[in-house]
Design a protein around this ligand. Structure first.
Ligand SMILES: NC(=O)c1ccc[n+]([C@@H]2O[C@H](COP(=O)([O-])OP(=O)(O)OC[C@H]3O[C@@H](n4cnc5c(N)ncnc54)[C@H](OP(=O)(O)O)[C@@H]3O)[C@@H](O)[C@H]2O)c1
Length: 162
């Protein structure tokens, strides 16, 4: 599966259940890539979405020990893999892991590509993932030129599993 995520320069991703920043072009890119596909998230990330509602026009799979109406719930990694085989047997849809931090840490071994929006600034945070530049399992496959939104300089970086 692919990880898609917006990070700051320390790979921080959230604070107080919310994102650190919002870049319209990045949100559009996220939507364009994920529409029609499967998004996989932790329970707290579902709760961080507007009205705690699943993302429209995508199959939403939530990792949780709870039972939540309106989404597919799986309790752990092995249940996730069984469910993905069931709903995506021929892999026609992309499978995107979309966060948050604790879910990524426990599921990163399933990820072979990381589609990262990298903002060159440090934010206060309480949710962070490991630094992918320092992870020996991944290398930078491509990197866009810097872009600017208000005072935020950002780049799109794709990491691939070695
Ligand atoms: N920057 C970005 O692109 C981005 C993207 C997504 C999220 N975020 C941010 O990330 C933060 C949320 O991240 P988080 O780490 O606090 O929470 P999270 O990973 O979204 O959700 C954690 C919950 O998921 C379930 N879970 C995760 N891994 C599991 C496993 N291996 N087995 C069983 N259950 C598992 C548990 O749910 P139960 O407690 O229900 O069992 C756990 O409490 C928010 O601030 C959000 O805005 C940022």
């Amino acid at each position: 599966m692919k990880l898609i995520l917006a990070v700051d320069k320390n790979f921080a991703i959230g604070i107080n259940g919310d994102m650190l920043f919002s870049i319209p072009e990045d949100l559009k890119r996220f939507k364009d890539l994920t529409i029609g596909n499967i998004v996989i998230m932790g329970r707290r990330t579902l709760e961080s979405l507007p009205d705690s509602k699943p993302l429209k026009n995508r199959i939403n799979v939530v990792i949780t020990r709870k039972d939540i109406e309106g989404v597919i719930c799986v309790k752990d990694k092995s249940e996730l893999l069984i469910k993905l085989k069931e709903i995506n047997p021929d892999k026609k849809m992309e499978e995107y892991l979309i966060g948050g931090a604790s879910t990524i840490e426990s599921m990163l071994d399933l990820v072979d590509e990381c589609i990262i929006t990298y903002v060159d600034k440090s934010f206060e945070y309480d949710a962070k993932i490991r630094n992918l530049f320092e992870d020996e399992n991944f290398y930078v496959e491509s990197e866009s030129k810097p872009r600017l939104y208000e005072d935020l300089e950002y780049r799109y970086i794709t990491f691939k599993r070695k």
